[in-house]
Design a protein around this ligand. Structure first.
Ligand SMILES: [Zn+2]
Length: 488
């Protein structure tokens, strides 16, 4: 399945190349039809894309993963066309050098460094202003399209204010309760998370419907919502399935395209897009899902490149909040990386590991799901683990793929390395060079500021300040990556 989509992606790149250049002669920074005034001007629409956990090793790995090995060169991918610089990611000093997604998202959303765990609050737990509020205060339409639950750290930091990222229900409350000049912060919200919105103590879903939002609970239902609507689209109880398990293999592009359909208007829009699960693959040290989620993102970026080609008054910025897993391309002293073993999976390793226990011939089952022809010895190894517990089987299948591909990992958490910054369209030059993650928000604020003046009423909701900052150790207790890698 993946193989087929990789081919599609390369083909679409080739066909775009005829029109606008695909990486070699002309980059997406300066598509053929754009005039310089538009490129250097103030963008009408701003699309911020966060690839959670996508450190530089992920973009290199992705280029190798989609490489055509029958040609001598490693072909450039969409990320190569749009790279402009590098960003530091460190959180507020109280949390040291290695950020979590909440502090990083607060920095990207508001330009303020905070402690790990903070959602839209500063180190004193006071609410901070996000670019999404500011866009709304300037009568832009606003939205988000993510593959996690929409109350997860990154999207939450653009809308909610909470001392802890783990307070999902309170964060969901904020999505309805926090207002900008009486209006909801986001007009369009697409992702997962029904369990936080449809609760016993409060039905926020019903409240949004009563407030005039269209509700979609399936990808197909989303397609039938009339353009320009306010939409709440929640397609899973918590997060969307891993892309390898999702019936829609281009789910992030699909959500992004649908969000834009409802956001386009004369005053412009601000859209947050998040490839949320690159990070989760990193936490799980799962190279197959890491590459599949990267491919989902790459397809989205190709779509956005075409969108900016047709709408040159739009700015697209892509960055990561941090890197995850300490991914290495090659490991154990061996100068080899073999991504060809990752191209034909028809399910995630999580699903494969869970389902193999019910199979009569687990080795053959795993080989078929991985899309690999395995040796007798490899089949015997897989058969031998089939009656172990879920966790042991999952770990064994991941280790199997790490050995086949010679992939390395150093941690189940984040690393403090700088991340790449990619930008194209109107005003993209502002993001060039070595910057800090807070600069990205500051530059977006300044673009929005150049639109017509409007007063921003600060959200009235008070954030409790009577709880001490949690230390990193406390965080680990509450959220153990080894037990629950989706927690962060
Ligand atoms: Zn993470």
């Amino acid at each position: 399945m993946i193989k087929q989509f990789v081919r599609t992606s390369i083909l679409s790149c080739a066909s775009i190349a005829v029109l606008a250049g695909c990486g070699i002669t002309e980059s997406a920074h300066q598509p053929a039809n754009h005039n310089r005034a538009q490129l250097q001007g103030v963008p009408k629409n701003i699309i911020m894309v966060v690839a959670d956990g996508m450190g530089p090793a992920y973009t290199t790995a992705y280029r190798n993963y989609v490489d055509d090995p029958t040609t001598p060169n490693i072909e450039p991918v969409v990320f190569d066309d749009i790279l402009v610089g590098n960003a530091s990611t460190y959180p507020a000093q109280v949390s040291g050098y290695v950020t979590d997604s909440a502090a990083a998202a607060t920095a990207l959303a508001s330009g303020v460094k905070s402690y790990n765990g903070a959602i839209g609050v500063d180190v004193n737990k006071q609410p901070v202003n996000s670019v999404m509020y500011y866009a709304k205060s300037k009568s832009m339409r606003t939205g988000l399209a993510v593959t996690s639950q929409i109350v997860h750290a990154t999207p939450a930091s653009y809308i909610a204010h909470n001392e802890s990222r783990k307070n999902y229900n309170e964060i969901a409350d904020d999505f309805f309760d926090v207002r900008v000049n009486g209006e909801f912060v986001a007009d369009v919200m697409l992702g997962g998370g029904t369990s936080y919105f449809e609760r016993e103590d409060r039905d926020i879903l019903a409240q949004f419907i009563d407030a005039g939002y269209e509700y979609a609970d399936s990808y197909n239902r989303l397609a039938s919502v009339p353009a320009g609507s306010n939409v709440l689209g929640l397609f899973a109880p918590v997060a969307l399935p891993a892309v390898l398990d999702d019936k829609r293999k281009n789910r992030l592009k699909y959500l992004t395209k649908n969000a834009i359909k409802h956001l386009e208007n004369d005053n412009g829009f601000f859209l947050l897009v998040e490839a949320s699960q690159v990070d989760w693959a990193g936490h799980a040290n799962d190279i197959a899902s890491a590459m599949a989620e990267m491919h989902d993102l790459a397809i989205t970026m190709e779509y956005l490149r075409d969108y900016v080609e047709a709408n040159p008054d739009t700015l697209v910025v892509l960055t990561a909040d941090h890197s995850t897993g300490g991914l290495t391309i090659g490991a154990n002293g061996d100068y080899r990386w073999s991504p060809e073993h990752l191209k034909s999976l028809s399910a995630s390793v999580m699903t494969i590991a869970l389902e193999m226990a019910n199979e009569e011939n687990p080795g053959e089952f795993v080989a078929a799901k991985l899309g690999l022809s395995l040796t007798e010895q490899e089949l015997a190894t897989l058969n031998s683990i089939s009656n172990q517990d879920d966790k042991t089987r999952l770990s064994a299948v991941k280790t199997f793929l790490d050995t086949k591909t010679n992939t390395g990992w150093t941690t189940g958490g984040h690393t403090g390395v700088d991340v790449e910054v990619f930008a194209f369209g109107a005003g993209y030059q502002s993001f060039m060079g070595q910057i800090d993650n807070t600069d990205i928000a500051k530059k977006i604020f300044s673009f929005i500021d150049k639109k017509q003046p409007a007063k921003i009423a600060f959200p009235s909701k008070k954030v409790s300040t009577n709880i001490e900052l949690t230390s990193d150790e406390d965080d680990d207790e509450l959220c153990d990556f080894k037990e629950d890698w989706r927690c962060n």
